[in-house]
Every structure is written in C-alpha cells, then in structure tokens.
Design a binder for this molecule. Sequence first.
Ligand code: NDP
Length: 485
Amino acid sequence: MTHPAQPTASHFINGEYVEDTNGTPIPVIYAATGEQIATVYAATPEIVDRALSTAKEAQKAWAKMTGTERGRILRRAADIMRERNHELSVLETYDTGKPLQETLIADATSGADALEYFGGLAGSLTGEHIPMGEDWVYTVREALGLCVGIGAWNYPTQIACWKGAPALACGNSMVFKPSETTPLCALKVAEILHEAGAPAGIYNVIQGMGEVGGALVTDPRVDKVSLTGSVPTGKKVYAAAAKGMKHVTMELGGKSPLIIFDDADIDNAVGGAINGNFYSSGQVCSNGTRVFVQKGIKEKFLARLAERTGNAILGDPQDEATSFGPMVSENQMNIVLGYIEKGKEEGARLICGGKRADMDGYFIEPTVFADVTDDMTIAREEIFGPVMSVLDFDTEEEVIARANDTEFGLSAGVFTNDFSRAHRVIGQLEAGSCFINSYNDAPVEAPFGGVKASGVGRENSKEAIKHFSQVKSVYVRMGDVEAAF
Ligand code: NDP
C-alpha cells in the first residue's frame, strides 16, 4: 500500500505535479524507523529547463500585478497553511523525523507567518522622490526576476516559505530545490500557493541532488540564488553565482557561543542551552553549541542541565508526547556519532548521553560534554546534532575573545541579570542573530542571518525585501540640457 507521505509526483511545475521517472530515484526514508516511505526522482535536464522557462515567463505578468494583489494571494496561502497545519506537520515529521510536538508549532506555522508578513508588506513596496531643485529623481523598487531557492533538510517547509514569500512579494518568481533528504514538504508549499491563486509557474519545485542545484545556479536565466546549507556548499554556490554576477543570499552554518555569567538565573540559562542545542535534535544552524559557563556556577549549571536533559522523551515522533526525535538520516547520525567519539578521545568529560539510543531509527541521546577546551574538534566544527560543549571561563574580556575566535558568525547569546553587561557583550560579539536571556527565537519580524563564513544577506523582516529587489533611479530634467559642445 502506498504510504500517505508519497507525493502525487516528484516535481511541481507550471501549476501542476509533473513526473519524470528518467531521473535518478531518491528514496525517502523515515528517520524514526529506517523504512522507505516514498520515492521521488531527481530532475532531468529537461525538467530543469521546463521549471526555469515557465518561471521566467510567468514572472513578467506577476511583477505587473499590484503589490496588494500579490500580497492577497500570499495571505490566502498563509490561511490555507494554518487550516492544514496538522496534516502539514505530520508530513514534516515524516520528511525530517522531528517530533510532532515541534512540527505542530514551528514549521507550517512559521511558513504561514512568512507568507502573511510578506503578503502584508507587498503593497507597501515603493520608491522615493528626491528633489534636485527644479529637477528631481525618483526611485523604483523592482523585482530581480527569476530566483532560485535551495534548501537544507532541517526545516523543509519553513525554508521553502522563508525564501518564497519575500521573493514572490517583490514580484519575482522562484524555482525551489529542496534537499534530497527531505523532498516532500516544499511540494505542498507550491500546491498551496497555487490553490491560493498564484499564477502557474510562479513557484516551481524540482527535486535533485547537488548537481541539480548546480544546474540552477549556473543557468543564465537566473537572477538570484538563495541558499540555506553548509559553509562548504555556500562557498561553491557563491562562487558559481558570481560567475553570472547573480545576487545571493547565503544562510550557512555556525558554531555559535552561548555565554552564561554567574549572576544569571540558572534555570533560564539551562532552558536556553537546551533550546539552543537539543531542539530538532540539534539540527539547527543557529544553535549555541559552545556554551561558555562562568566558573562560579559551573557545577550547579551542569547538575541542573543533566537533570533536565534526563527528562527528554525519545520515541515515536508522531506521538505528541515525544519531545526528542532522531537524526534526519543514517548518514547524519554517523557523522554526529563520529564527533561524539572525537570528544571522548580528546578528553572532554561526558556528562550525559554519548551514544546511539537503544531503539529503532537514527536516535542519538542528547549529549553534554563538560571541560571542553577551545582547541577540541567538538568546540571548533559544526556538528549539527545533539551535542553540547560546555566550556569554562573567568572574565568578560576573555570570553568575548574566545567566543569570537571562530570562522563562523551566525548567532550568539548571553545570559546575565546585569543589563549593561548584556548589551556591552552582545555589542562585541561577531554574530548576525543574537539573544539576551533567550535563545533561538526566530520570528519573521526580525532579520535572520550571519556574518563571517556564516553567510551573506538576511532573511525575514524588511531586510529580506532588500535582498529580493533592486532599486532603479530615474533622473528627470525639467529644463534645457547643457552640453560642452
Ligand atoms: P548542504 O550544504 O549539504 O546542502 C544544502 C543544499 O544545497 C542541498 O539542497 C544540497 O543538495 C544543495 N547543494 C549541494 N551541493 C550543491 C552545489 N554544488 N550547487 C548547488 N546546490 C548544492 O547542507 P545540508 O542539507 O546538509 O544542511 C545542513 C547545513 O545547513 C548545516 O551546515 C546548517 O548549519 C546549514 N543551515 C543553515 C541555516 C541558516 O539559515 N543559516 C538553516 C539551516 C541549515 P543535496 O543535499 O540534495 O545534495
């Protein structure tokens, strides 16, 4: 019997599902059991071409609609997503393995927020009038044209919407390629957008591995590339886009610091560290995986952390009582287990977890290492799994220098009850998305993105509009033209 997660077809192009079984088959594996629940096929060059040409064509009329008309469609799509939240959350759980307890509140709902927010902004996108004496200049905020979105596997619905909503609001079209690991949810986003009234071709979804992504990025019809992925992929995609002088947004990885001063409320700090390391089983780019704890409260912090981590409920992700799911894939599980072994070998002190859970699927126990030093592999590399490194520090100055000593710069957090210190420290941390006495909040109203190797550009908020549009300026002379001859 066909599993309910099996999509109608692999691709969604020009307003309809399209199948082409000539492409490489991509098995969809449910991470909680290891069983294959669906199959899709990678896009062949013909499918890539069809997706790009229909999106290119559809964009012209879409950009001519008023912002209010475009926005209405996005807001309608947001309403449909909210009405179908349960069904979409179940699918997200099949796609990623994340527990339903999370997906019910963090995925389709976050996607709907983006559609609603950018739908609301669409009618307000205007230029400026700049007086120049008798003459004047006016500016027009124009669409870029055809945008490509490429997604990572941790938030397939959210990423498809965070890229699609601002792109469409500005009058662009989009071809979106999800990660081959989680191909299911973006198809639903496309289906819902079209049900809400988006013209055929405005938002196409095609499947495939890196090479399909590569074909999209290098195609001369494409004006912009927005990638969510790792730093190595980001470097490749950025370089490929540069050859065609394309606009880019790069939302990449991190190894973010979470600094806990000894005057902090311990339970809030422990809660922040749990949210910043174990949500989505640690598969979150902005996670605060280097937890710097001031020496005075170290043992108290570790004891409370171990106690609360022991309350995680590992189990069937479709059961709402489960609070901790598996790794997205066997491959990712093995990568993370490799890092855990490195942590042990390099002398970090294991506080809890540290192994694969004794159950079906790709579960790893939430893991905490203490006495981690700056040079250890687990303190330097992005693990993308439930592995928290706790490091000690003495002074504010020292911890700022150590927190910044990384190629990454996505996020940073500070827990303290001294508000001048909180702002002083955050002001010196090299990171794009920061938190004070909190961790990992990502509302659509706030800009999201990194500095240094963690990326270029920002998603969400009014900032995203700048990255999906460009400004034309027009000088208007009212009098005669003076010329040298
Ligand atoms: P990858 O970098 O491996 O892949 C990201 C996407 O790029 C996938 O769809 C992948 O396809 C595609 N891709 C791979 N190679 C190329 C290429 N040469 N040209 C075009 N596209 C290509 O990341 P993961 O999927 O493993 O996701 C985890 C990473 O994403 C982590 O580093 C994490 O930090 C980061 N991330 C960043 C976020 C942010 O907003 N800053 C949010 C979420 C995750 P395929 O995998 O199908 O081969």
